[in-house]
Ligand binder design. Structure first.
Ligand code: TYM
Length: 334
């Protein structure tokens, strides 16, 4: 099948700086996909409203996420790069899909339960229907492939359920969207504190941001938890050490990783050396992206142009889909 005909869609919430998890779980794949597929990448500003961000900062963060995507290699001539709220068809499709989403299943969503735990005083309906809005984003372009990290697996499963329900009730309009990582397991970039994943909102010292300066990268990595090393050959690695190796695999050469693996296996590993090496490789990786994002951010005319063009292309695709949806649902009266 001609890959150009396959449609790819994904999004990122503008709730803070992009971090290494966003890069390796999502943006790296956007860049790999943009030449051969028909791609739509979006800054999910509406989704971020579910957690009531400071609206004065939101605008700045939307531009920053846009600049960071461009700095990572998204080419706005190849992929459609846009901001969610610029495509009002998203909200229309979201409303129609809400009739097919059951409150019971929405309440069981892991991300919803997490948010209820974190913000018991802000359990709004937007949070509950978050996966419905995400489904609208995806199927608005009738996308089949969705490059995301492991944490989005359940949202994609829900998207498939909503699509199946829609197609069953109204006729085959949408492909069933799949989470995509080139046939590999979806990625989870671990945090530096040995627990969980890197994330925008949790422990800031455990997450490496694409905007971190060299000194901060070094500091965060040197603070990462280690111990005095294995005492017998073949000893299993504790989680926090597994995480360090995983991070090393992302940014260091295979030879470097092999050298530290061998040192671990022979109980000769020095974690101080490993962290120094990891910090140097991480700085080499993040530095150029940070500098590029910084300079793109200075050019607000360019960013606005990218945004405007993206919105226009996204709306063309969205309005075609909505026409099909309305025909399928019998919402065409003249
Ligand atoms: P968000 O903004 O939390 O994350 C953006 C992307 O980064 C991935 N990611 C990770 N991948 C690996 N390891 C990590 N530690 C890690 N942290 C984040 C996420 O999986 C995601 O791919 N609901 C979405 C935004 C969204 C969306 C969509 C995604 C809105 N509409 C439509 C896909 C399609 C979110 O909050 O992602």
């Amino acid at each position: 099948m001609d890959k150009k005909k396959q449609i790819v869609m994904s999004g990122i919430r503008p709730t803070g700086f992009l971090h290494l998890g966003n890069y390796f779980g999502a943006v790296r794949n956007y860049v790999r996909l943009q030449q051969e597929y028909s791609c739509f990448f979006m800054v999910a500003d509406l989704h971020s409203l579910t957690t009531h961000p400071d609206t004065a900062l939101l605008k700045q963060q939307v531009f920053r996420v846009l600049a960071e995507n461009l700095a990572c290699g998204i080419d706005p001539e190849q992929a459609v790069l846009y901001c969610q709220s610029h495509v009002p068809e998203t909200a229309e499709l979201y409303l129609l899909l809400n009739m097919l989403a059951y409150v019971g299943e929405l309440e069981k969503t892991v991300t919803f339960k997490d948010k209820v735990r974190q913000h018991p005083d802000n359990v709004n309906a937007g949070l509950l229907t978050y996966p419905v809005l995400q489904t609208a984003d995806i199927i608005l372009h009738r996308a089949a492939l969705v490059p995301v990290g492991k944490d989005q697996e359940q949202h994609l499963e829900m998207a498939r359920n909503f699509v199946k329900r829609f197609n069953h009730r109204y006729g085959d309009v949408f492909p069933e969207p799949q989470a995509f990582n080139f046939g590999e397991e979806l990625l989870k970039v671990p945090s530096l504190d040995g627990t969980g994943k890197m994330s925008k909102s949790e422990n800031q010292y455990a997450t490496l941001y694409l905007a971190d300066n060299d000194e901060l990268i070094q500091k965060k990595i040197m603070r990462a938890k280690t111990d005095s090393g294995p005492t017998s050959p073949g000893a299993p690695k504790p989680d926090y050490i597994v995480n360090l190796f995983q991070l090393m695999k992302l940014v260091s050469t295979p030879e470097t990783v092999a050298q530290f693996e061998a040192a671990y296996d022979s109980c000769g590993i020095r974690y101080g050396d490993m962290k120094t090496q990891l910090a140097a490789d991480m700085i080499r990786f993040i530095g150029p992206i940070r500098e590029k994002a910084h300079s793109i951010q200075q050019d607000s005319d360019y960013l606005q142009k990218v945004m405007r063009n993206g919105a226009q292309k996204a709306r063309e695709s969205a309005s075609q889909t909505l026409q099909l949806v309305k025909e399928a649902m019998g919402l065409t009266y003249y």
